[in-house]
Design a protein around this ligand. Structure first.
Ligand code: ACO
Length: 329
């Protein structure tokens, strides 16, 4: 799917993020599995990640992020008429985390649903919410992306354990005087899905129960896929919107691995200083990754009104998605 924004201008008017307090460093990980700080840093750029407390579930991380986004937008929860929560680790399959969030926030008139698109979930949710608003079906949307991947990792598998962390972010979408969203590109390749899977998590019977309920990943294949689509998806949306890569002020790729991100920035021709990097402190937070990075960039004064922002996610599915926007806050 590839398209240029039409109709009323719509933009992000509020942004918030939350990560659990508990910091898990590479050094501490090396006491749990056979790994070292050097290996993890060199291969991924990750130094530490946040881990949810046993009593914390997805909505406990999403709630403070959503409240912060609503506060920044100056929007009351009761005025939100669409709530989309992108996650692969909802509190439970149902009730959906979006319905639970709408209830706790006090958004009784919101259509609320969860969206499953792996680490690309936030980009898919953003495009959907934009589309519903552009079509006149919704006026004010709250888009949440977050995951508690620590719950679906095999804590004895060093090849996946070191990569991921927990966190959530949220944005409010409203009609704005200036055009924020300029275009989106979304894609999926189920044929490659086997390279990043969660066996035993749905209706497919898996006779060999080994590893059921844990993330399985073919790291090399995912690496190849990620370096390819981060570039092709970004180029597609830039081309569709008639924008040159030189015009991109802030580049926010999915925070999976600093080597993948550096490779994409280099191939695209985006100077490293324009890329937002926080994977060193959070690891890969899946659907939480892009909104967490956006929120940090905003806090650090790196997102200025009028900036051209390019976001690209990729992950399980296999899926990918880009969004291009002018920052209007
Ligand atoms: N510590 C120490 N050694 C390790 C670790 C570890 N944590 N994990 C693997 N190794 C070993 C392997 O066993 C292997 O040893 P061997 O040569 O004796 O067999 C060796 O290190 C090299 O393993 P590779 O898998 O070849 O290492 P590679 O350079 O490919 O790096 C990595 C692995 C970091 C996982 C890389 O493939 C990668 O980043 N892939 C993409 C992963 C990713 O980003 N996934 C998420 C994206 S999608 C989403 O966000 C859900």
């Amino acid at each position: 799917m590839l398209g240029k924004a039409q109709g009323d201008p719509i933009s992000i008017t509020g942004l918030g993020a939350y990560a659990p307090k508990r910091v898990l460093t590479n050094e501490e990980l090396s006491t749990l599995v056979d790994t070292t700080d050097e290996w993890i840093t060199e291969r991924t750029g990750i130094k530490e990640r946040r881990i949810a407390a046993p009593e914390e579930a997805l909505t406990d991380l999403a709630l403070p992020a959503a409240r912060a986004a609503l506060a920044q937008a100056g929007v009351e929860a009761r005025d939100v008429d669409l709530l989309v929560c992108a996650t692969v680790t909802p509190d439970m399959m149902f009730p959906t985390s979006s319905a639970l969030l709408a209830d706790v926030l006090g958004a009784p008139d919101a259509g609320a649903y969860d969206l499953l698109a792996g680490c690309t979930g936030f980009m898919y949710a953003l495009a959907q919410a934009y589309g519903m608003m552009a079509a006149g079906l919704a006026e004010r949307a709250l888009v949440v992306g977050g995951d508690v991947l620590s719950r679906i990792l095999d804590w004895t598998d060093r090849s996946t354990l070191v990569l991921f962390g927990d966190g959530a972010g949220a944005v409010v979408l409203e009609r704005t005087p200036q055009r924020g969203f300029l275009g989106f590109e979304l894609g999926a390749d189920g044929g490659g899905g086997i390279h990043l899977s969660l066996p035993g998590s749905g209706s497919r019977r898996i006779e060999d129960a080994t590893g059921n309920g844990y993330v399985h990943m073919n790291g090399r294949e995912v690496f190849r896929f990620a370096t390819r689509v981060l570039v092709s998806s970004a180029e597609a949306v830039l081309d569709c919107c008639g924008v040159s890569v030189d015009e991109v002020d802030v580049y926010v790729p999915h925070q999976a691995n600093v080597r993948i991100m550096d490779h994409a920035a280099q191939k695209l021709g985006i100077p490293r200083e324009r890329m937002v990097v926080n994977v060193d402190r959070y690891g890969n937070t899946s659907s939480g990754s892009i909104p967490l990075a956006l929120a940090e960039a905003q806090r650090d004064g790196r997102l200025k009104k009028g900036d051209l922002v390019l976001m690209t996610g990729m992950g399980a599915g296999l899926t990918w998605g880009s969004g291009l926007m002018k920052w209007t806050l």
